[in-house]
Ligand binder design. Structure first.
Ligand code: GLC
Length: 747
C-alpha cells in the first residue's frame, strides 16, 4: 500500500507543475491532472513494467478462447509483467489478485479486470439482437447500467461490450451479439449501451469501462462463417460497418477491441489505417485498444506476420495497445526496442492510454473499490434487476403473425398444451455470453404460463423432440397433448450454443426435427401459437404459411417465460420490430433493406431484371417489421418545405392513430432515399424512429427533423458530405409499408 501512497504523492507534486505543454492543450483541468499523474507513473517504469501493462491473460475463470493459460502466472504477475486479467470474477477473488499486484510488485500499479458482460452479469437479459428489437434505447441503456452494477460489485472494472458489428448474414453466429443490419439503429444502440456501462462518471464504483468491438467489419465475414475473410469496399466499410464504432467513440467509450478478420487482405489487428488514422487521429480516441483473443498471434496463420516478433511489431505500430492472450508483447517487444526496430515512444503511448483508463476508473486511488463482498451480495439478482429483465424481454418480442386474432388468449379456464424442446429448457433462453448467468435462475415458457394462469387452467406439457436430433419418438406424446388441449403453444428454436462465437450455421432452418414436430401438431387441427426462441433470423417459410400466430421471442434471458406469457395472455401488447431481415430462404442471403436499386430493378413480368426464378427478392419478414394486438393508421405525411438548403432543418410529420381496441406502442420509422448521387445510393436508409404509446382511438402527430448532415454520405471522392438533388422521405410502421413525400436539397 505504501507504494500507492508514494505514487500518489509523486503524482500530486508533479501535477502541480505547469501543464500547458503541447500534449495537454485542449484538455480539461481534470484530464490534465490525470495526464500528469500518468506521466509521473510512466517515468518511474522500466521497459519490462511498461510492456507488462500491455499484457493481458485469461485466468481462473472459464476461458473464452483457445489455449487459455490455466495457471494464474503468479511469477509473471509479481514481476510486473501483467497489467490485466480477464475471466477472473468475484469481489474476494479479484481482491486476492489485486493485493498481489499492489503489495508484491515493485510499483504497485493496479490491475484492470475485464469480462464479457454482454447481456447481463448474473441477471441475464435478452441476447443483444433481441434487445435491439425493442427499439427502446432507454431500456437498453438500463440493461447495460444494471449489468455494470452487478459486474462492478463483483470485482469487474471493464466489459468487452457493446459488440457493435453490423451483420447482414444470419448464418453468422455472432449476429446474436449485435444490433442487426442497420447502421443508424446500430449506432444508437451502441451509444445507449456505452452510456449504460460507463454511467455518468467512470470513477463511480458501480460503473465499468466499456469496449466497442470488434473493430472492424467482423460481421461481413464471407459465407457468414466466423473469422472468415472480409473483402468490402472502403465506402461500404465507412458507410455501414464503421458508423456504430464512430458513435461509440463519440459516446466516450473508453476502449476498443480489434477483430480477428482481415479487411481486403490486411488483418484488422495490424491494419495501418483503422486504429492509427481513423480511430486515434480522425476520431480523436484517447482510450486504449485491446486485441481480440490472440488476434496478434493469429496474424501468423493469416500469412501477414512471419513470427511472433513480426506480429508484435505489426500490432504495436498499428495502434493495438494491449495484447489479449497472445503473449507476443511480453515475449517480443523488449527485444524489438533494444534492436531499434520499434521506438520506445510507441510503448509509452500505449501504456499512457492504459494507465489513463486505470486512473479514470479510480483504481490508483482505491484499487479495491470494486472488491466489496457485501455490495456483491446486495446487488446480484436484485429484484429490481429481475423486474427489468422481464420488462425488456417482453418489449423485445416481435409479433410476426396473428391471423384471425388468435392472440392474445384469455386466462379463463382452458387446457393449454405447451409443446417443444424450448418449452421448458432453462439453458437455451440465456443464450451465449451469459457471464455469470445460471440456468437455474431462469423461468421457462412452461413455468411462465403456469405462473400466469395459476389454478385457472390445465397445462399439458410435452417436449416432443430434442432441439437438434432427428428422433420423432416424442411426437406421439406431443400430438396426444395437443389433441386434448383447447389451444397449443409450440416453442421451437435454437440452443444457447447455436448462435454466438464460432457458432455459424450453414442451414438456418429450425434445427433437427422441430419443423416435422410442428407439422405433426398442425395436423391435429388445433389452434397453434408458435413461439420462436433463437439467436438469429431463421428460415421459417412453412411455418409462416401454415401457422396462424407466430411470436419471435429471441433468447429472452432470465425471465423468458414470464415475458412471453405476458404477451401470450395480453398483459403486454407486443411492440418489437425486427432489427434484421428474415430471409425467405437461404438462397436470398445476404438480404437487407438498405440495398441498392441496380440498373435493372426487379419487375416481375420482365425477364431481364434483377430477380430469381424461384423465390422473391423480398425477405419473408422485413427490417422494422412487427405487429401489435391493436392497429395503427398513418395519415397526413407533411414536410415543412419541398426545398431544403444546406443550412435548413426540414420537419417531417405524420399523424399516427390507434384504430384498435387496446393500448399499444408503435415504432414510427422514418427513412430517406437519395435519388441520385456521385455514387449509387440505397433505396432506403433509416434516419429516425420514435416509439410511442397510443390508447385506443388516440392519435398523435409524430415529428422528425432532417438536416443536410443527416443526408451526408461518402461520395465518389470519399468525402463525407450531402449532395444537392432530389430526395424521398418515407414514414411508416416498417421498411415496406410506408407513405412517401419528396423534397429537393439545394446548395
Ligand atoms: C473472444 C471474442 C471476444 C471476447 C474475447 C474475450 O474470442 O471474440 O468478443 O471479448 O475473446 O473473451
Amino acid at each position: 500500500m505504501k507504494k500507492v501512497i508514494f505514487i500518489f504523492i509523486t503524482t500530486l507534486i508533479v501535477s502541480c507543475t505547469t501543464m500547458e505543454t503541447g500534449r495537454y492543450s485542449g484538455l480539461t483541468l481534470e484530464e490534465k491532472l490525470i495526464e500528469k499523474r500518468v506521466d509521473s507513473v510512466l517515468n518511474l517504469m522500466t521497459l519490462t513494467e511498461k510492456i507488462g501493462q500491455m499484457n493481458q491473460y485469461s485466468t481462473w475463470g472459464e476461458p473464452t478462447g483457445p489455449g487459455a493459460e490455466e495457471s494464474l502466472r503468479m511469477e509473471d504477475l509479481k514481476a510486473g509483467k501483467i497489467g490485466s486479467f480477464i475471466n477472473l470474477t468475484g469481489a474476494e477473488n479479484t481482491r486476492i489478485v489485486q493485493e498481489i499486484a499492489m503489495n508484491e510488485t515493485r510499483l504497485g500499479i493496479p490491475l484492470i479486470f475485464g469480462l464479457d458482460v454482454i447481456h447481463g452479469y448474473r441477471t441475464i437479459f435478452p441476447v443483444p439482437l433481441g434487445e435491439a428489437a425493442s427499439w427502446d434505447l432507454e431500456r437498453i441503456e438500463k440493461s447495460a447500467r444494471i449489468a455494470a452494477i452487478e459486474a462492478a460489485a463483483s470485482g469487474i472494472h471493464w466489459t468487452f461490450a457493446p459488440m457493435v458489428d453490423i451483420c447482414r448474414d444470419p448464418r453468422w453466429g455472432r449476429i446474436m451479439e449485435g444490433a442487426g443490419e442497420d447502421p443508424f439503429l446500430g449506432s444508437l444502440v451502441a451509444e445507449a449501451r456505452v452510456k449504460g456501462f460507463q454511467g455518468e462518471n467512470l470513477e463511480d464504483p458501480n460503473t465499468i469501462a466499456a469496449c466497442a468491438k470488434h473493430y472492424a467489419a467482423y460481421g461481413a465475414a464471407e459465407g457468414g462463417r466466423d473469422y472468415n475473410t472480409v473483402d468490402i469496399s472502403e465506402r461500404t466499410l465507412h458507410e455501414i460497418y464503421l458508423k456504430p464504432f464512430k458513435k461509440a467513440a463519440e459516446a466516450g467509450v473508453r476502449t476498443f477491441m480489434n477483430s480477428f478478420n482481415e479487411i481486403g487482405g490486411i488483418p484488422a489487428t495490424g491494419h495501418p489505417e483503422l486504429v492509427p488514422e481513423i480511430l486515434k487521429k480522425d476520431w480523436g480516441f484517447r482510450g486504449f485498444v485491446v486485441s481480440d483473443w490472440n488476434s496478434i498471434g493469429e496474424m501468423i496463420p493469416h500469412g501477414y506476420a512471419r513470427d511472433m516478433a513480426h506480429a508484435a511489431e505489426l500490432a504495436i505500430t498499428s495502434g493495438t495497445d494491449m495484447d489479449m492472450q497472445a503473449g507476443c508483447y511480453t515475449r517480443e517487444l523488449d527485444t524489438l526496442v533494444m534492436n531499434g526496430i520499434i521506438d520506445e515512444k510507441l510503448i509509452d503511448e500505449a501504456v499512457r492510454r492504459i494507465l489513463r483508463i486505470k486512473f479514470q476508473l479510480g483504481l490508483f486511488d482505491d484499487p479495491f473499490k470494486y472488491c466489496d463482498p457485501d455490495r456483491e451480495k446486495e446487488m446480484i439478482l436484485h429484484p429490481d434487476h429481475i423486474e427489468h429483465a422481464r420488462d425488456i424481454a417482453r418489449r423485445s418480442i416481435v409479433l410476426l403473425k396473428n391471423d384471425n386474432g388468435l392472440l392474445p388468449i384469455s386466462k379463463d379456464k382452458k387446457t393449454i398444451a405447451v409443446i417443444g424442446p424450448l418449452a421448458d429448457d432453462q439453458d437455451a433462453i440465456l443464450g451465449e455470453w451469459r457471464a455469470k448467468g445460471l440456468s437455474e435462475d431462469a423461468i421457462t415458457l412452461k413455468r411462465g404460463i403456469i405462473q400466469a394462469i395459476g389454478e385457472n387452467g390445465t397445462i399439458l406439457y410435452a417436449k416432443g423432440c430434442e432441439i437438434d436430433d432427428d428422433s420423432d419418438e416424442g411426437f406421439a406424446g406431443a400430438v396426444n397433448a395437443a389433441r386434448l388441449a383447447d389451444v397449443v403453444i409450440v416453442a421451437l428454436g435454437e440452443s444457447a450454443l447455436m448462435s454466438g462465437e464460432a457458432l455459424s450455421r450453414g442451414n438456418i432452418g429450425l434445427p433437427g426435427n422441430q419443423e416435422e414436430l410442428l407439422k405433426a401438431i398442425h395436423r391435429t387441427g388445433k389452434p397453434v401459437i408458435l413461439v420462436l426462441m433463437n439467436g438469429r433470423p431463421l428460415t421459417i417459410q412453412w411455418a409462416s404459411e401454415n401457422i396462424p400466430s407466430i411470436i419471435e421471442a429471441w433468447l429472452p434471458g432470465i425471465r423468458a417465460g414470464n415475458a412471453i406469457a405476458d404477451v401470450i395472455f395480453g398483459d403486454y401488447n407486443p411492440s418489437g420490430k425486427l432489427p434484421v431481415s428474415f430471409p425467405y430462404v437461404m438462397g436470398q442471403i445476404p438480404v437487407y433493406y438498405n440495398h441498392k436499386n441496380t440498373g435493372r430493378p426487379m419487375q416481375p413480368e420482365q425477364r431481364y431484371t434483377s430477380k430469381y426464378l424461384d423465390i422473391p427478392n423480398e425477405p419473408l419478414y422485413p427490417f422494422g417489421y412487427g405487429l401489435s394486438y391493436t392497429t395503427f393508421e398513418y395519415s397526413e405525411l407533411k414536410l415543412s418545405s419541398e426545398i431544403m438548403g444546406m443550412e435548413d432543418e426540414l420537419s417531417v410529420s405524420v399523424i399516427v392513430k390507434n384504430t384498435g381496441d387496446r393500448a399499444g406502442e408503435e415504432v414510427v420509422q422514418m427513412y430517406v432515399r437519395d435519388m441520385v448521387g456521385s455514387v449509387t445510393r440505397p433505396v432506403l436508409e433509416l434516419k429516425g424512429f420514435s416509439k410511442i404509446l397510443l390508447e385506443p382511438g388516440q392519435e398523435k402527430e409524430v415529428e422528425f427533423k432532417l438536416t443536410a448532415a443527416d443526408l451526408a454520405f461518402y461520395g465518389a471522392d470519399m468525402q463525407f458530405k450531402p449532395e444537392p438533388g432530389t430526395f424521398k422521405v418515407f414514414v411508416g410502421t416498417n421498411s415496406v409499408d410506408l407513405s412517401e413525400a419528396e423534397f429537393a436539397l439545394k446548395e
